[in-house]
Design a protein around this ligand. Structure first.
Ligand SMILES: [Zn+2]
Length: 164
């Protein structure tokens, strides 16, 4: 019996270490660093700037419920800004109805977003975030309309719409 236990422990320990190595990077990926020093705010500073729902999306890579954002149906001309730092991210003429229930765009304003790969749903997805404050916006897929073929699937709570 003792022999069996020690043998099992012997196998378990290295397995746990390997799992730790595999899962560690996922935790590191949970929030993106700001590219601008002045936007590297503490958790508390972000919490006082944002509603709890927007904090969950922008700072913890949350996802809002489909069809829950008014911005999904926003059809006016204007600019969609980052709800974290107000950087302009998307123009209304690049918005389209993807039918997914999230505000969708086929292009972003040049240089406004940065991407990384995440494995939250096991299958790798391309996460994108505001290039200035690092706030999570959504995921970009390759099933969008021409000319880019991209679909930026954005959380409405991560955006602030400024009508023209
Ligand atoms: Zn931002």
């Amino acid at each position: 019996m003792n022999q069996f236990l020690s043998r099992r422990t012997f196998i378990l320990i290295p397995t746990m270490s390997i799992l730790k190595i595999i899962f560690k990077p996922m935790q590191v990926l949970a929030s993106s660093l700001a590219s601008k020093e002045e936007w590297n705010l503490s958790k508390d500073a972000w919490k006082s700037r944002l509603s709890s729902e927007s904090y969950y999306i922008l700072r913890e890579e949350g996802t809002e419920r489909a069809f829950s954002s008014e911005l999904n149906n926003e059809k006016r001309k204007g600019v969609f800004h980052c709800a974290g730092c107000d950087l302009p991210l998307f123009l209304s003429d690049k918005k389209y109805d993807s039918g997914t229930g999230w505000p969708s765009f086929w292009d972003s304003i040049e240089g406004s977003v940065a991407t990384k790969v995440d494995f939250k749903l096991i299958v790798p997805r391309t996460e994108y975030h505001c290039s200035r404050c690092g706030g999570h916006q959504g995921h970009v897929f390759n099933d969008g309309p021409l000319p880019t073929g991209k679909r930026y699937c954005n959380n409405g709570l991560a955006l602030r719409f400024v009508p023209e």
